[in-house]
Design a protein around this ligand. Structure first.
Ligand code: PLP
Length: 432
């Protein structure tokens, strides 16, 4: 039987418990939204302040050299590489996930245009995060407009739903496969190695979006033979709002082409100011413009907060605790809130889930938006995805077992008293 005391005992035995002290977590808040925006590492405050006051304030422009600002994208990239199973020279931190997707999709299409000129399909899922689909559509429109009037094959985006449709569409030999490893709504995980192998058997290249995976579960992009990957810095990497994203390019693809956002920072010698673009060697050519140094410094602090787990089992230990937290949450919600309109919308098999659990709210609960607002008002911060999903993310670096107990206690009280059903909780905010 699970009790608050048993949760307290789990916290006392938790080998990662000491990592919570790295974060600023407001009193009275149970934060279950690290899958959207990771909590603030205390070291980010000191490091960004130091960068502002000394490196920018005193060092001024000299800090580009003296404080090694220019190499931050590679240095941070090498740290991210440790978390995703890539080589140190296969990842850079730069731009946003959306922008990086544009770069890698364009580069991957160019590779395929040479290998398989007859192929034009980018295959993805209807339930993929919209930015992935929008960026693919934008690139396709751009390429199609160039091909108008006599093109052999116009690129297209084919969307499927479910693993059966995915298998069938893979057999039709698309040029590219674009998938998000952990689904943003349900938390369902793809088998990265399995899908990549199937796609490669058909001669397709695979681009993985690791937004909800990096820092949440162990990844092995090279072992899985992934071709390209992108991901966010502000979720489980705790890099701060709008933190730079990352891009992984397998070494075998790096020198084949350059990506179309060929800005000067991706040039082989930016300070030669050569009018002709010449790409930097390696993954450096995936950089574009001047790196946002303050954000980079905050991202590095966030990453270090994840890497601090390495001494206590690293990503394997993070994953083990994440699974325990998720299982605890599901069993408490299902036992203490049963019959009150919530049903599990994430895979029941813990190994098929990322580090989040989603519950669908039925019509009795008005779809659940007001319930999430009420939870937030009571200090339990998760988020809502239309039309009816309540998402709860578990970041093992700072989430305790007792937090899960207390969150479900508040949830059950709100459901029992219907205290969520107040006018102010129904008012839609811009960000849900
Ligand atoms: C799967 C996925 N990809 C991409 C993004 C966002 O990309 P960007 O950082 O460009 O806004 C998100 C944001 O939540 C996401 O969930």
């Amino acid at each position: 039987m699970i009790t608050r005391a048993s949760c307290l005992a789990q916290d006392a035995a938790d080998p990662l418990a000491f990592l919570r002290a790295q974060f600023h977590l407001p009193e009275g808040i149970i934060y279950l939204d690290g899958n959207s925006l990771g909590a603030l590492p205390r070291s980010a405050v000191t490091r960004v302040t130091e960068t502002l006051q000394h490196q920018w304030g005193d060092g001024l422009v000299r800090s580009w050299n003296d404080a090694h600002w220019m190499t931050l994208p590679e240095r941070i990239g090498a740290k991210i590489a440790r978390l995703i199973g890539a080589g140190a020279k296969e990842v850079v931190a730069t731009d946003s996930t959306s922008v990086n997707l544009f770069k890698v999709l364009a580069a991957a299409l160019r590779i395929q245009a040479e290998r398989h000129p007859e192929r034009s399909v980018i295959l993805s899922e209807r339930g993929n995060f919209p930015t992935d689909l929008y960026v693919a559509q934008g690139l396709i429109d751009l390429l199609a407009s160039r091909l108008e009037g006599g093109a052999e094959s116009t690129p297209s985006l084919v969307l499927v739903e479910g693993s059966e449709e995915l298998e069938t569409a893979l057999a039709a030999r698309p040029a590219l496969v674009l998938l998000t490893h952990v689904n943003y709504r349900s938390g369902a995980v793809h088998d990265m190695a399995g899908v990549t192998a199937k796609a490669h058997a058909q001669g397709s290249l695979v681009v993985w979006d690791l937004a909800h995976s990096a820092g949440a579960l162990p990844l092995a992009v090279n072992e899985a033979q992934a071709d390209f990957a992108v991901g966010c810095g502000y979720k489980y990497l705790n890099g701060g709002p709008g933190a730079p994203a990352f891009v992984f390019v397998a070494e075998r693809h790096q020198e084949r082409f350059w990506q179309p956002l060929s800005g000067w920072i991706g040039h082989a010698a930016p300070f030669e100011f050569d009018p002709q673009y010449r790409p930097a060697g390696g993954v450096g050519r995936y950089l574009c413009g001047t790196p946002p140094i303050l954000s980079m410094v905050a991202l590095e602090a966030g990453l270090d907060s994840v890497l601090a787990a390495e001494a206590s089992g690293g990503m394997a230990a993070i994953r083990a605790k994440s699974l325990q937290l998720g299982e605890l949450f599901i069993s408490l919600v299902e036992s203490r809130c049963s019959g009150r309109g919530l049903s599990l919308a994430s895979p029941r098999d813990p190994l098929a889930r990322g580090s989040q659990v989603s519950f669908a709210a039925d019509a009795e609960l008005g779809g659940g938006y007001a319930l999430m607002r009420a939870l937030i008002a009571r200090g339990v911060i998760g988020d809502f995805r239309a039309p009816n999903l309540l998402r709860f993310g578990f970041t093992p670096l700072y989430t305790r077992f007792t937090d899960v107990w207390d969150a479900v206690q508040i949830l059950s009280e709100l459901l029992e008293t219907r205290a969520w059903d107040r006018i102010e909780y129904h008012e839609k905010a811009a960000v849900t």
